[in-house]
Ligand binder design. Structure first.
Ligand code: ATP
Ligand code: MG
Length: 144
């Protein structure tokens, strides 16, 4: 069933408002047509995980970008937070993975394992780029 991706993502951003740090802003930019055909429940879970990580592991503003192209959708969540240490990046999607720099930030290390699984279920791809103490950006690309 088709829905408006831009409003869908804005609602998720609203829902996460209580979790944000003081002064933290999530900037959302959308490009392209708004109507998409994706599994809403799965996409919501993926976005809640990626955005709540960005909020948790960063104090600064977050950039959310969505773009609908001819046959696929690209969503990027970019933070300016603690980043993931280089030598641990290969373990990021593993079960119960927690990086050595979390310093008391709570978590179970399951969110991204589920995200990876869900993105595969949607026949999409997930990728990331991260630098310790600089930030992290996750990109998901989904057919539809
Ligand atoms: P939860 O299961 O509640 O999501 P979690 O956030 O610890 O717990 P994941 O979301 O799977 O688990 O993330 C795994 C680990 O990857 C985190 O513990 C953290 O070390 C690192 N990580 C994930 N996202 C980020 C991010 N945006 N910035 C820095 N580190 C991150
Ligand atoms: Mg998490």
């Amino acid at each position: 069933e088709g829905f408006d991706l831009k409003s869908f993502l804005s609602e998720i951003v609203e829902d996460l408002h209580p979790m944000k740090k003081e002064g933290q802003v999530i900037n959302h930019l959308h490009h392209g047509r708004r109507e998409v055909l994706l599994d809403k429940k799965i996409l919501r879970n993926v976005m809640l995980n990626l955005l709540s990580n960005a909020i948790k592991y960063s104090e600064k503003d977050i950039d959310l970008t969505s773009e609908v192209k001819d046959d696929h959708v690209v969503i990027i969540v970019k933070d300016q937070g603690i980043g993931i240490p280089d030598e641990q990046q290969k373990n990021l999607f593993g079960k119960f993975f927690r990086a050595r720099n979390v310093n008391g930030i709570q978590g179970t290390g399951l969110g991204l394992n589920i995200v990876k699984h869900y993105v595969e279920l949607m026949k999409g791809d997930i990728d990331f780029i991260s630098r310790e103490n600089i930030g992290t950006a996750f990109t998901i690309s989904l057919p539809g």
